[in-house]
Design a protein around this ligand. Structure first.
Ligand code: SAM
Length: 213
C-alpha cells in the first residue's frame, strides 16, 4: 500500500460529500499523490481539504477548489487546456492525467522549475513556461478550456480571445480579500456566464492583473 492511501480515499469522500460528481475526475484525484506536490512541514496535511503554503509565498489550492474548477471546465479527453498559475503543478498534473493537452504558465521561475521536475518524474508531457499568464499563451491558442488559479481584478481580455468557440474560462474575480468564480462559455452574445460566490485565492499579478512583485 502506497503512502497516504487511506487519507487520499478520505479526501475523495469529502469531495463527493461536497458535491463533486465527475467520476473520471474523482478517479484521477484518487490516483494523483498530492503529497508529492507539498513540502515539509505540511506533507502530513496533504489530504486535508485545505490550501497549503508552497515556496514564494504561494499556495497549492484546496482539493475541493481544484476539483470544482476542473469540473466546471467540462473537458473532453484530448481537449487543449491552458492553466495560468502552475504553482506546485498539482492542478496541471490532474488535467494531464484526465487526458488533456496541457499548457501552463507560472510567473515565479523557481516554482515552474520545481513543477517541471515533478512532471518529468511522473511522466506527464505538459507544455510550460515562466511568464505573465494574464496575456495568455497565444502560440497554442485557441484553448478548449482556460483555468486561472489566482485572483484577478477583472477578466483579462487576451484569455477570452484565446478561447475556442464553445470553450470555457474558469477564473476567480474580485478584490484581494474575496472572489467569485466566473465560468464563461464562449457561446452566444454576450457569452454565457455563471458566477459562484465565495472563493479565496492569491493575487494574479501581471499586465492584466494586479500590480505587484
Ligand atoms: N494551480 C496551482 C497548484 O496546483 O498548485 C495553484 C497555484 S497558486 C494558488 C497561484 C499561482 O499563480 C501562484 O503560483 C502564482 O505565482 C501564480 N501567478 C500569479 N500571477 C500570475 C501570472 N500573471 N501568470 C502566471 N502565474 C501567476
Amino acid at each position: 500500500m502506497s503512502r497516504f492511501e487511506d487519507e487520499r480515499r478520505e479526501m475523495i469522500e469529502v469531495l463527493k460529500g461536497r458535491g463533486i460528481g465527475d467520476e473520471r475526475l474523482l478517479q484521477v484525484m484518487a490516483k494523483i499523490e498530492r503529497h508529492l506536490f507539498v513540502s515539509e512541514p505540511f506533507v502530513n496535511r496533504s489530504y486535508d481539504d485545505t490550501a497549503l503554503p508552497i515556496a514564494k509565498q504561494q499556495t497549492i489550492s484546496q482539493p475541493y477548489t481544484v476539483a470544482f474548477m476542473t469540473q466546471e471546465l467540462c473537458l473532453k479527453t484530448g481537449a487543449k487546456v491552458l492553466e495560468v498559475g502552475t504553482g506546485s503543478g498539482y492542478q496541471a498534473a490532474i488535467l494531464a492525467e484526465m487526458g488533456c493537452r496541457v499548457f501552463t504558465i507560472e510567473r515565479h521561475v523557481d516554482l515552474l522549475l520545481q513543477a517541471r521536475k515533478m512532471f518529468e518524474k511522473l511522466g506527464y508531457r505538459i507544455g510550460s513556461k515562466a511568464g505573465d499568464g494574464t496575456i495568455g499563451w497565444s502560440d497554442f491558442a485557441p484553448y478548449d478550456g482556460i483555468v486561472v488559479t489566482a485572483a484577478a481584478p477583472e477578466v483579462p481580455e487576451p484569455l477570452i480571445l484565446q478561447l475556442a468557440e464553445g470553450g470555457r474560462l474558469v477564473i476567480p474575480v474580485g478584490n484581494l480579500e474575496m472572489q467569485d468564480l466566473h465560468v464563461i462559455t464562449k457561446i452566444g452574445d454576450p457569452f454565457e456566464k455563471k458566477v459562484i460566490e465565495g472563493f479565496k485565492f492569491v493575487p494574479l499579478i501581471g499586465k492584466k492583473g494586479w500590480n505587484g512583485q
